[in-house]
Design a protein around this ligand. Structure first.
Ligand code: MG
Length: 383
């Protein structure tokens, strides 16, 4: 990344608000490159390969996991950051860390864990991602967590309830939760990763949905955003309509992704010109500046609605969801009743509910299934 080319409103690594525990610099890396390196070498990052996005991990090797999703988000965010002269290293660090707090079994796991934690502070995956990098990774002699820079931590905490934000701010005034209390926006790099995430999963869930057989290409092509690109592809490559195989799908998705990226870059560049924030701090009191054009925003929202209706609520997905909920609920109850079944550092903490949530949230899909079988004698998701 060429620091001289950074826009005045970009987060400059030389102007970082720093780490909670001051550390000497590590040249030639800048502070955000260093964050990225710490994230890639973390235990939680390695586990993402065996965590589900929509499909349960053991269902096959064809589908996205949290790791491939995070890599796709990082690729998209870097491309867009480069085009907008924003901080590529920072968006990469945020993107690679943004899902570290996800439980096994995707949203089913997280909703269930939240239910298990009622009356004990609840469970939010964004908050958990921050907890992983701030507290749970245990690899450095001088501190818990990865001691990341403020900007990376702020990007990781992309949503947060007001009650949780107030609790975090009480412990760390001016920290990454402060903006939720003050009603401010995060830096542009955090805004960019947030949209890169939505663009990535919208596109790859179509891909995984069709390849799993839960969606058909014809069905997907009823969505206007997809139909538009299908028409263009078939005009240029009419033979694809007659071919069996997935080239038509891949070509549609390739153009759809490029289209979304191009639209975001153009719409955001126009917003930045219009508001011309003086620096990266001025961005915070403006409306969100990273955005899609209104037309494409509406189309993407319609695509999201379609995926919610037809894929995430597909009977086969719901059936797997039900089993995943049972696994998490029963695991939670088992560890609560017998903390000694967890590793000693979890079993001995002051807040047993939080310790069980941390332990279960850190599991991969397959480890959760193995532990569930060991503790209950029942086998879920039997082949
Ligand atoms: Mg994500």
């Amino acid at each position: 990344m060429n620091l001289a080319a950074l826009a005045p409103w970009a987060s400059h690594p030389g102007r970082s608000r720093g780490r909670r525990i001051a550390e000497p610099p590590s040249p030639p890396r800048n502070e955000h490159q260093r964050d990225r390196d710490r994230i890639v070498h973390s235990t939680a990052f390695r586990r993402l390969v065996y965590k589900t996005q929509v499909f349960i991990n053991h269902e096959g090797d064809l589908f996205r996991t949290r790791l491939t999703h995070s890599l796709e988000v990082a690729q998209l965010a870097r491309s867009m950051a480069r085009a907008l002269n924003l901080n590529e290293d920072l968006v990469e660090a945020i993107a690679l860390a943004h899902d570290l707090g996800h439980t096994p079994f995707g949203h089913a796991g997280q909703d269930t864990l939240h239910a298990c934690m009622q009356g004990h502070g609840g469970f939010e995956h964004n908050l958990q991602s921050l907890r992983v990098v701030d507290e749970l990774e245990a690899r450095y002699p001088a501190f818990d967590g990865l001691n990341l820079s403020f900007e990376t931590r702020e990007g990781i905490l992309k949503h947060c309830s007001l009650a949780n934000a107030q609790r975090l701010v009480a412990r760390e005034p001016g920290g990454p939760a402060q903006r939720f209390v003050d009603g401010l926006q995060p830096g542009l790099e955090a805004q960019l990763v947030n949209l890169a995430d939505e663009i990535a999963y919208s596109s790859h869930d179509i891909d995984d949905g069709v390849r799993s057989g839960l969606l058909t290409l014809d069905q997907v092509c009823q969505v206007p955003l997809v139909a538009r690109w299908r028409e263009q592809v078939l005009q240029q490559h009419p033979a694809l309509a007659l071919q069996a195989g997935r080239r038509l799908l891949f070509e549609i998705l390739r153009r759809l992704l490029s289209g979304l990226v191009g639209d975001l870059v153009a719409a955001t560049a126009a917003e930045l010109q219009r508001h011309a924030p003086a620096d990266d701090q001025a961005v915070r009191s403006l409306p969100p500046l990273v955005r899609l054009s209104p037309q494409v925003r509406a189309e993407l929202t319609e695509l999201r609605r379609f995926l919610f209706r037809e894929l995430y609520r597909h009977p086969q997905v719901l059936q797997a969801t039900q089993q995943a909920q049972d696994v998490v609920t029963e695991l939670f109850a088992a560890y609560l009743a017998r903390p000694q079944e967890m590793p000693a550092d979890y079993a001995s903490g002051p807040d047993l509910h939080r310790a069980v949530a941390d332990y279960v949230a850190g599991m991969t899909d397959r480890f959760a299934l193995r532990e569930h079988h060991r503790l209950t004698g029942r086998r879920m998701f039997a082949d």
